[in-house]
Ligand binder design. Structure first.
Ligand code: DC
Length: 208
């Protein structure tokens, strides 16, 4: 799809499977992929290190996203906290919109891609699952990485982030009216990916 603009917006709560689905969709169609949660995580990590949220968001460098330490529960919570600040969000808009407009197609995943960042995306998916299901998956992911957490902590963490991400005034987590809903609670990852790929393929045929 060289020279063609095609944007896929994938939103949903923490640990619903957005990341895996987004990567798989991007690989399937040869699109670029941006995990926008990493932007907020990078800001959150710098704030934990003593930075001012708005100042670090304005000076964020793409290199800051290449940091394995952004995947910890502490950074996830810090990300959710800085994401409430409207000026932090505003500082990150241009980078995301430029990415979405790059040649050859782009997949962006986050919380507000279909509603705020790319309201005109060619296809929008809202990927969700029950909090219990998401916490179970996130627990496995974190313990596989050797991060010391309990299932109860992970569930509390997921619910706290859900409440904050959905309840904030600035760009809250909500499905766009025109998003296709994928509830992955009872699906294998292969099934969820197949469903997402089918929806994107149909939308791609429509714009031809
Ligand atoms: O997708 P994630 O778990 O890596 O995101 C971390 C936090 O960043 C999430 O709890 C809320 C915030 N976020 C956001 O507000 N908007 C986005 N587009 C992506 C993430």
């Amino acid at each position: 799809m060289d020279g063609i603009k095609f944007t896929v917006a994938i939103d949903g709560p923490a640990a619903a499977g957005k990341g895996t689905i987004s990567k798989a969709v991007a690989a399937h169609f040869g699109f670029s992929h941006l995990d926008t949660g990493l932007l907020y995580r990078a800001v959150g990590a710098k704030v934990l290190a003593g930075g001012d949220p708005v100042a670090v968001a304005r000076m964020l460098d793409p290199v800051d996203l290449e940091n394995d330490d952004l995947r910890t529960p502490a950074v996830a919570q810090a990300a959710s906290q800085v994401a409430v600040i409207a000026d932090v969000r505003a500082a990150l808009v241009d980078f995301q919109r430029k990415f979405a407009a790059r040649d050859g197609g782009a997949v962006l995943d986050g919380r507000d891609i279909g509603t705020v960042i790319c309201p005109d995306a060619h296809v929008k998916l809202f990927v969700t699952a029950s909090a219990e299901c998401r916490a179970k998956r996130r627990y496995k992911e974190l313990s596989d990485k050797g991060i010391n957490v309990t299932p109860a902590q992970v569930l509390a963490d997921v619910k706290e982030r859900d409440a904050r991400d959905s309840g904030r005034a600035a760009a809250p987590l909500i499905a766009a009216d025109d998003a296709a809903l994928i509830d992955t609670s009872e699906m294998t990852i292969e099934e969820a990916v197949a469903q997402a790929v089918a929806i994107v393929a149909a939308a791609k045929d429509d714009v031809r």
